[in-house]
Design a protein around this ligand. Structure first.
Ligand SMILES: Cc1cc2nc3c(=O)[nH]c(=O)nc-3n(C[C@H](O)[C@H](O)[C@H](O)COP(=O)(O)OP(=O)(O)OC[C@H]3O[C@@H](n4cnc5c(N)ncnc54)[C@H](O)[C@@H]3O)c2cc1C
Length: 361
């Protein structure tokens, strides 16, 4: 039987939770993963949608409605990405950028999981115990270790440590009773919302000339031809769109009805294209916490020895075995989430839960 002190629960199966779980499992810890969604991947996600075509047949479409792809800058992350690409989990995408776009943030190319966005998290979690559709509403600490609770009952118990891997404002709810200061800091970190329009239209000659656009002004931040991404299957005569609203517009319309948001974004796309589209299917999704507004600064100096690490890409309390990883702690975006997860996994494996050994951040 696995000794209780080596059991770690990871709450959140996005890229951060999945990567952290993988490293800890590879280091010999008994890891169990919990996520409230039906699948894994978190904000690296792909939506399946069925719709009825004009000939009456049912069609199935896929939309990457979270991150479109990501960039890699740090050597360690580049190594991870290149290995994943070698394993067939990622492809490099150099999209054709629409000529009337604003200057793209990084047009040299994006890494895209194939054939869908959750592929990477799925592969990292492959052989680990995973509980999906499982919302953790509270964490409780007893003499026997950590207990995970949801819907008034126990979801898991006797964990030596818990990793909370999700947007900081959501993490704050779970850690508040145990680390009030973390919760306060987590809530102070600005996360930006994002409304996303997903749709299928007829393809016109004008819209088949590019894959990605950054409109210069208006409510639309970016327009993606989802079917042009590597590993996705284009359907002749149809265009699959993912349209991201700007954070500012999304904030203003955060509580607007979905139908209004959909009409506004379809209208904005039409206005930017300069011609209307024949839509077959459209739906919107709201991300309340899409991306990082201001990340928590990385450490500039080594602090005093402490069992509570709060300044090098993650938060870890080795006395109680509570840890937080998040994109905002590691910088931002997918690379930030991965960096934070790496930092936390290193701390947990170097300084196991329950140890009183000081940790130098
Ligand atoms: C629209 C959009 C566009 C983006 N574009 C880019 C981009 O171009 N480049 C880039 O690098 N990044 C982009 N990002 C950000 C990127 O997707 C995230 O930074 C990254 O995926 C975060 O990973 P994570 O594992 O930290 O968090 P998440 O992916 O959010 O994972 C957290 C997981 O925790 C689960 N969870 C939350 N609360 C609970 C609970 N109480 N109980 C159980 N489970 C819970 C969630 O279901 C989720 O699966 C974008 C995000 C969005 C939404």
């Amino acid at each position: 039987m696995t000794p209780a002190r080596t059991r770690v629960a990871v709450v959140g199966a996005g890229i951060g939770g999945a990567a952290c779980a993988r490293w800890m499992a590879d280091a010999g810890l008994a890891v169990e993963v919990f996520d409230k969604s039906r699948g894994v991947g978190g904000r690296m996600s792909t939506r399946r949608a069925t719709w009825i075509a004009t000939d009456g047949t049912e069609r199935l479409s896929h939309f990457d409605h979270g991150a479109t792809g990501f960039t890699a800058h740090a050597p360690e992350f580049i190594r991870f990405v290149e290995q994943a690409a070698g394993d067939g989990l990622l492809s490099r995408w150099a999209p054709r950028v629409a000529p009337n776009s604003d200057a793209p943030p990084d047009a040299s190319g994006l890494w895209v999981p194939t054939p869908d966005m959750p592929t990477l998290s799925r592969a990292l979690l492959a052989d680990l115990p995973l509980h999906t559709g499982c919302t953790v509403e509270a964490l409780r600490r007893t003499n026997a270790g950590w207990t995970l609770e949801g819907r008034g009952s126990t979801i898991g118990e006797a964990f030596a440590a818990v990793v909370v891997a999700m947007p900081l404002p959501q993490a704050a709810v779970l850690v508040r009773p145990h680390q009030a200061e973390w919760a306060q800091r987590a809530e102070a970190v600005g996360m930006l919302p994002g409304w996303v329009l997903m749709g299928v239209s007829d393809e016109s000659a004008a819209t088949s000339e590019w894959d990605l656009a950054w409109p210069v002004s208006g409510p639309v931040a970016s327009v993606v031809r989802n079917d042009a991404k590597p590993g996705r299957e284009p359907v002749r005569g149809l265009a699959h769109w993912v349209v991201h609203a700007t954070p500012e517009w999304s904030q203003t319309h955060l509580e607007s009805p979905a139908a209004e948001v959909q009409a506004a974004l379809q209208g904005a796309l039409t206005a930017w294209l300069g011609h209307s589209l024949a839509w077959h299917h459209a739906v919107v999704h709201r991300w309340r916490y899409a991306s990082v507004h201001a990340s928590v600064p990385r450490p500039a100096h080594a602090g005093a020895p402490s069992a509570v690490v709060t300044k090098d890409g993650c938060w870890w309390d080795s006395r109680t075995g509570l840890g937080v990883s998040a994109d905002a702690l590691g910088g931002a975006g997918v690379e930030g989430a991965w960096y934070s997860a790496r930092a936390l996994a290193d701390h947990i494996t170097d300084q196991p839960p329950g140890s009183q050994t000081p940790c130098y951040a």
